[in-house]
Design a protein around this ligand. Structure first.
Ligand SMILES: [Fe+2]
Length: 220
């Protein structure tokens, strides 16, 4: 079927109203079905989507029925329009995560190796920054070099540490995570080895992210 369509198009380049290079062989119609679903979710007709992409409505119809696949440039435009990744579009499946159980204690931290952006997720998810897919940081029990001293001061925890706070080796952030709350403290090179955070009910964990050595955790 797909070969036939390609051959027909090659023989009649203008006949279907879109360039031959748009058509690719497709194993299944998952991409097409997903495109249709996303278009309907966006409350757009095939004609409206075609206009946005400067293609013919027939081209959109072909994609959705699996008779053709948008070329790379159009895939990017489609992904952007519908707010999904090209990867998921090609897979034809958004791969939803299991429902997040609502427990903040399972919070995951991600740090972009390029720009230092800090991201968190309460459930699964695919997080990207600076064009790269990020993996959640795996926390290890705190070691001697990353140890902190936690004291109670009024309603707060007063945390001190002797870990370096130099440009290429410092604590990037500390996060205090309890069942329903998280307090993130951004730390900076050249600052003193201390910070204060309010106490939270139910204990929780204190995470410390070293710019060089990764993530550490201490039970509170
Ligand atoms: Fe370190």
């Amino acid at each position: 079927m797909w070969h036939h369509i390609n051959e027909t198009l090659l023989a009649n380049p203008g006949r279907f109203g879109y360039p031959v290079r748009e058509v690719r062989n497709m194993e299944g119609n998952e991409t097409g079905a997903l495109l249709r679903r996303l278009r309907l979710e966006a409350d757009m007709t095939q004609r409206e989507l075609a206009e946005v992409l400067c293609v013919s409505p027939q081209a959109v119809s072909k994609w959705e029925t699996g008779a053709g696949c948008p070329d790379v440039g159009l895939l990017t435009a489609l992904a952007e329009r519908f707010g999904v990744s090209v990867e998921r579009l090609l897979a034809g499946d958004l791969e939803p995560n299991e429902s997040d159980g609502g427990n903040m204690r399972r919070l995951k931290f991600y740090v972009c190796p390029d720009c230092g952006n800090i991201l968190t997720a309460t459930g699964g998810g695919e997080l990207h920054c600076c064009g790269r897919k990020l993996e959640p940081l795996a926390a290890r029990p705190v070691d001697q070099a990353h140890a902190v001293k936690v004291e109670e001061v009024e309603e707060d925890w007063y945390v001190t540490f002797s870990h370096p706070m130099e440009k290429d080796h410092f604590f990037r952030f500390a996060a205090y995570v309890a069942t329903e709350r998280v307090l993130l403290v951004r730390l900076y090179p050249e600052q003193g080895g201390e910070f204060r955070i309010p106490q939270l009910r139910g204990g929780g964990k204190l995470y410390l992210c070293c710019s060089r050595d990764g993530l550490f955790e201490v039970k509170m």
